[in-house]
Design a binder for this molecule. Sequence first.
Ligand code: A3P
Length: 288
Amino acid sequence: MADEVSKIVDRDGKHMLVCLVDGIPFPVFTGIRERLKKIKSWTPRADDIFLFAYPSSGTHWLWEVVGMLLRGKAERIKVEKEHYMLECSDPETLEKLESPRILNSHIYKEQVPTSILQNNKIVLISRNPKDIAVSWYNHNVADLETDYEGKFSAFYELYRVGNVPNGDWFEYNTVWWKWSRDRENVLWVTYEEAKRDLPSLVEKMAVFLEVSSTPELCQSISDSCSFQKMKQDKHNLIPCELRENMSFYRKGHVGDWKNWFTVAQNEDYDRIFKEKMKDCDLPVEFTI
Ligand code: A3P
């Protein structure tokens, strides 16, 4: 049965198409509701690695890094992360993929089966929510399935209260952060630390994933995963019909929000951020 599609309508009457799963607005991937229901009782393999993040946090980037680390070479393979994404691939389809699988998702902690939370290695990625507002806005206007034609100022009004595809950045990150503290099977990384010093982050990930690495390998993975290289390779390597939306490689900067937020929006967001994050010590950098 086709998923029921809902609309989030902005103040100018422009809509975003979403599918509600457990009350959370998700993008309208065909069959997503049924698939996420199946995932709840799905048993992964012990060596599956999971990447969880709110969208626009750098999931494509770090998925590529982890893949190269596990393969032990800085070589890009012609596979898209979406084949390994819980929202897009049924458990039966995932079953056909070879180990080690690097699975990824934007689902909330409560939607993840306990077996994954307890037994698998999990990399959580966060990024400052002002840059996410800009990146996620640009993605949603580029994404034909969302069918959005609104302005950033109208999107911002919905984003600040978590009423956009994939819901509330605060809810998503604070719940994952509180759960993840002191868990040995979790590594929390940020987009900003990856931008600042990718080779060091690659090394940290190698230790966490228990794979061997050398400084040379970490450096060549970082070079192969630079923004320009990834954008170019994704464009050249993947046939057009199989290529994901290129807005996943838009600008790749920290602090682009300064080009989009008005002074009033910035003050507004700082106030919301202070209130929502008062009991959460997740480190967030708005500039580097
Ligand atoms: P921008 O829209 O700010 O450019 P995700 O993969 O989680 O959807 O995240 C997408 C964001 O990560 C986009 O941000 C995209 O440009 C950025 N990104 C993708 N590859 C990157 C890379 N190699 N280096 C830096 N940023 C990258």
